[in-house]
Design a protein around this ligand. Structure first.
Ligand code: ATP
Length: 438
């Protein structure tokens, strides 16, 4: 039964002003065109939960493309249309993105195949969605803020339940099983009893193998990019959602505890790593690639694209060597730097759970990784050297001395140059080496 409730005051409380303004204007334009317009999807769930979400997804009962073009014209926005799916993306003048779709029903010819698109009503559009909590819509064209809750989504948000809309949901799209895990971990919700049973049956039937692997991989990437990776993997383990992809991928407690440690270091990296950006999911992929390395390729088995697979495989191969150096007795900072700086940062983070020398690794992340040569090319020019090939060597040499702790500042660096490069053959004789006003 459709329960009516108006959430416009919550919308005002959670959305930024410009977004709210756009929603009102979308409603007004739709009304004037004789269309109905709804805000749908995850954003409604998050508005109810009071969480920030700027994914504005609109569904139009009518022609979504005609509507999008009209709205773009009025607002002088950029619009890109996808005729086949009857959808459009708007980029507003202030940069905000708005996705517009045409209310549709999807027919799945085969499990996991691309849907065939037909025009239809909002209820059918919502019915094709993954979970009740994501299948809420809010009216924009009339009674702004009225909630359309055909499937009990509001109650499920209140009771913290992930529930599918119908028995065949996982047959229609097996990637939803991974989505169920993702939302459960992210929102701290439970998977409903019936839904839980449906996942178990679907896994038993091997339905997962009917989907394009890359779609599963994309969901796994989402899981790895959310917090609570460990609890996600506990769920994936209990549903055998990884093992169903490759029988050798047995997630055990040892693997779970490595994942836990990786998650810890990834979080710290937001502080340690300063401005260095990482692709978070790759840390876990490298770690798992390494852990399963002897029996199978984790990333390949979970459907990684070629580029990711190559990166993950190559980086995971470097782990034992790096760990060897890190574990060497009396290793110095230069050796640590030389070994670790050759490896992408994601690989270094993946090494953290595996190595016994965690303090040394942290030292690299906090300090060594950020070191830079004190002396640069322009300094050498000021010292009277003519630019040449040996610049690189000199800079590198001095940088090494820095890492060994033998050079601490510019003055010491210049002294070192005087002592070691006096006879550098490209020295410009007219200029004074001791020009220390650098
Ligand atoms: P997030 O905040 O992580 O983006 P979201 O709920 O917005 O979460 P998306 O993956 O961006 O999730 O998808 C947007 C909406 O599209 C969902 O809320 C859901 O209604 C629908 N959806 C996405 N993927 C599927 C799917 N595989 N099956 C059914 N519906 C889906």
């Amino acid at each position: 039964p459709l329960k009516l409730q108006n959430i416009s005051s919550r919308v005002k409380g959670t959305l930024p002003k410009n977004a709210l303004e756009y929603l009102k204007e979308i409603g007004e334009l739709a009304k004037s065109m004789g269309y109905n317009a709804y805000l749908v999807g995850g954003i409604i769930r998050d508005i109810i939960l009071g969480w920030e979400n700027l994914d504005i997804d609109i569904v139009i009962e009518g022609d979504g493309i005609v509507f999008a073009k009209e709205f773009a014209k009025i607002k002088q926005a950029k619009v890109a249309t996808h005729e086949r799916f009857k959808t459009a993306t708007l980029v507003m003048k202030d940069g905000m993105r708005i996705d517009i779709a045409t209310a549709r029903e999807e027919y799945y010819d085969l499990p996991g195949a691309l849907p065939v698109v037909e025009k239809s009503s909002i209820k059918l559009d919502l019915y094709r969605r993954d979970f009740t909590i994501n299948a809420l819509a809010m009216k924009l064209h009339d009674e702004f803020g009225d909630l359309l809750d055909f499937f009990g989504g509001l109650n499920d948000i209140k009771n913290k339940k992930i529930r599918v809309l119908h028995m065949l949901s996982f047959v229609d799209d097996p990637t939803r099983m991974y989505r169920a895990v993702r939302f459960a971990a992210r929102l701290g919700f439970d998977i409903g009893q019936q839904t839980d049973r449906l996942i178990k049956v679907a896994v038993e039937l091997g339905i997962v193998n009917k989907v394009e692997k890359i779609r599963i991989f994309n969901e796994i990437v989402h899981i790895l990019n959310n917090d609570n990776v460990k609890s996600s993997f506990e769920m994936l383990k209990s549903y055998r959602l990884i093992r169903t992809l490759d029988n050798k991928l047995i997630i055990d407690d040892r693997i779970l505890s490595y994942i836990d440690e990786a998650e810890e270091i990834v979080k710290s990296c937001s502080i340690f790593c300063k401005n260095k950006k990482i692709k978070r999911e790759r840390v876990f992929l490298i770690l798992l690639e390494y852990l399963f390395g002897k029996s199978t390729s984790f990333s390949k088995a979970v459907g990684a694209d070629d580029q990711t697979y190559e990166f993950v495989k190559n980086t995971s191969k470097k782990i034992p060597i790096a760990n060897g150096i890190l574990s060497k007795k009396n290793v110095n900072d230069l050796e640590i730097y030389e070994a670790l700086s050759k490896i992408p940062l994601e690989g270094i983070l993946a090494l953290y759970p595996l190595t016994k020398e965690k303090e040394r690794l942290i030292r690299y992340l906090e300090d060594l990784m950020h070191r830079e040569p004190i002396i640069k090319g322009k300094d050498l020019i000021k010292l009277g050297f003519k630019p040449s090939k040996i610049f690189g060597q000199m800079i590198n040499d001095i940088f090494k001395q820095q890492l060994l702790g033998k050079i601490k500042d510019k003055i010491e660096a210049i002294k070192y140059i005087e002592e070691n490069y006096k006879n550098a053959n490209n020295k410009d004789k007219s200029s004074e080496l001791a020009n220390r006003q650098m």
